[in-house]
Design a protein around this ligand. Sequence first.
Ligand code: ADP
Length: 641
Amino acid sequence: MHDKLRILLVEDSEDDAMLLLHHLRKGGYTIDYKRVETAESMAVLLKEDEWDIVLSDYVMPHFNGLDALMMLKESGHDVPFIIISGTIGEEIAVEAMKSGAHDYLMKDHLTRLIPAIERELREAKSRAERKQAENQLRILSRAVDQSPAMILITDTDGAIDYVNPKFTEVTGYSSMEAIGKNPRILNSGKMAESFFKEMWETISTRKTWSNEMINKKKNGVLYWASTSISPIVDKNGIITHYVGLSEDISEKKKIEEELIIAKERAEESDRMKTAFLHNISHEIRTPMNSIVGFSDLLVSNFDNKENLEQFSQIIKQRSSDLLEIINSILDIATIESGQLPVRLGNCNLQDVFEDLSHFFGEYQQRTGKQSIEFIINSLPVASDFVIRTDAVKLKQIFINLITNAFKYTKSGRIEAGCKLEDDYHLQFYVSDTGIGIPKDAQKSIFERFVKLNPEHYTLQDGTGLGLSIVKELTEMLGGTVWFESEPGKGSTFFFNIAYEMVLSTPHPKSASTDSKNELFKNYTILVVEDDPGNTLFLNHLLSGLGFTVVYTQSGMEAVDLASKLPIDLVLMDIALPDISGYEATRLIKEQNQNLKIIAQTAYATQEDIQKSFDSAFDDHISKPYNLNKLLPILKKHLKLK
Ligand code: ADP
C-alpha cells in the first residue's frame, strides 16, 4: 500500500482520466487528484496546492503538454512530470524529455505507468534530499567562512585539513600555508608540555577540551586564544577529524590584566593608607602624650624653676615634632590633590643656602645634634647666581633631604651643595656619614608611606613621606632625584633641577642672628593680629628686642595706622575679622610702596607661602615661630646687620 498520491492531471478527456485513475488505484495508490485542461486553471492549482506528480496529455484543444511542462518548471516545483499521450511521435517525445519531462507513456500501453511513477517519486525524493543537503552545506560553508571565531580542522594525526578566513586574518597563515601542517605552527613556547598532554588526553577520549593559551602568529607576535577542540566522529563512532574553535582574546586579557593590576594597586594603596594612618596616629600620639603629660606637670611643678625649664623644653621639642608631621601630611595632601602649582620666580642661591644654614643651625640645637658637622658647599659664584625656579620648592627638597641626613646619622658629617650640571640643569646633593640604606630597600624608599623596618632603624621615627615629597617636588621642577648609599657608611642623595639664568642683582649682606636691644630701638613695628595669645607673644618678643610695637586686629585700621604713623615694618596676619591680610597689604602698598610687610600666618602649606610671595607681601613667616626664625627676617627687611 502506497501513501496517498496527490496528482495534478492535465487531460481534456474525462474518460482517459478515469482510465488512468483506475490503473493507479489498481496499482495500490490512494489518490487525491485534480484535473485541468487549460493553462489558467493549471496556474491556479500550481499556486494553491502541493503536488506529488503531474501526469499530462500531450495534445489538448486549449493547451499542450510542453506548455504545461514549462509552467511547472516556472512555478519552481520539482515534481515528476510524465507525459501520457495517445498520439506522441518519437520526435516529440525526445523534445519533451529534453525539455525536462521525466518520462512519456502511450495511453494504450499503461503497464509501465506504476513502475515509472514509483521510480520518479523515488528520484524526486532523493533530488529534494540532495537539494536540502546542498543548501545546508552552502549555509554551513558561509557560516564557517564568515565566522568571527577561528576554525581549524585536522585529521586524526593532527595535520591541518581546513582553516577558515578568520584563522588567516588572525594568525597570518594562509590556508595554503596551513594545510598539511601541524597546529604546532602556532606554538608560542609559553605553554607547558603538560598543557598539550592534557589536551590530547581529553580529545582522544572523545571529549571536548577548552582552555586559554598563548599562541604565536606567523610574524612572531604572541596572542591569547580561547580555544575549544572537539573530535568529529563518523556514524560508526570512529574519530575522523578534530575541529578547533578559537578566539583571539588578547584585548580581553589586557583589560583583565589591567583590572587586576588596578585592583592590586588599589588594595596596596589601601593597605598603605591604613598602615600610614596607624603610623601617623602613633606618631601624633607620641608627642601629644608628652605635651599633655608635661603640661600637667608644669602646673604641679609651678614653683620648681629647674623642672619648669626642663618640662617646657620637652613640650617645645615635642610640639615642633608634631608640627613637622602635620606639615608633611599637608604637603602630601596638597601634592596629591594636584593643587601645588609651580611658581617660577627669581631665586638667589645664596639666599637659599643662607636660609638652610639658619634653619639647620636651629635644628641642630633643638635636636641636640651639634656634634655632627654640617657644611654647605655652594657654588663659588652663588651670591650672584640668580636663577628662575620655584625657590620654595627647592628649599623644601633640601630641607627634607638634610633632615633625613640628620635623622639617620649618629655622628660624622653632613654636606649639602651644588654644582653646574650643564647649561640647563643644576645638580644638588646632600651627603651623610649615617647608617646607609640596605640594598634590598633601595628601590622602594621613594614610594609614599614607605619607611624602613624600624627594627633596623631605631635612630628616629619618620612618616615615610619625606622622600616621596622630594621626588614629586623635583619632578615638578623638571628634574630627577637619585641616591648612592652604602649601608654602615652613609648615603648621598642627588637631585637636579632645570633652571634658567637671570641677570644677577646685588645681594644684601647676610644677617647675623645676634639680638641687641639697642639695634631696634628706633624702629616701629605694626602688628596686625586678631588672636590675643599671639598678640601677647609678639608684643612680648618685639618689645623685648627694643622695638616700638603698634597693634591692631583690624585690616582697615592697619591701613589707616600705616598711613598716619612712622611704621618701619608690618607683621600681617592673613585671616582678619574685616578685610583679609592680602587686601590690607595691597591697600598699604598703594600708599607706601616701600613699607616692608611680612605675612605671618598659620596657613603653612607651600601654596600659602607661595601665595604670600605672589601677592604684595615682601616675605612670609609661618606660625608657630620663635625668635630664631623671626629675627633674621626682621633684620633682612630692616637692612640691619
Ligand atoms: P621618613 O619620614 O621615614 O624619613 P622618608 O620618605 O624621608 O621617610 O624616607 C624613607 C626611608 O628611607 C626612611 O624611613 C629611611 O629608612 C630611609 N632613608 C631616607 N634617607 C636616609 C638617609 N639619609 N640615610 C639612611 N636612610 C635613609
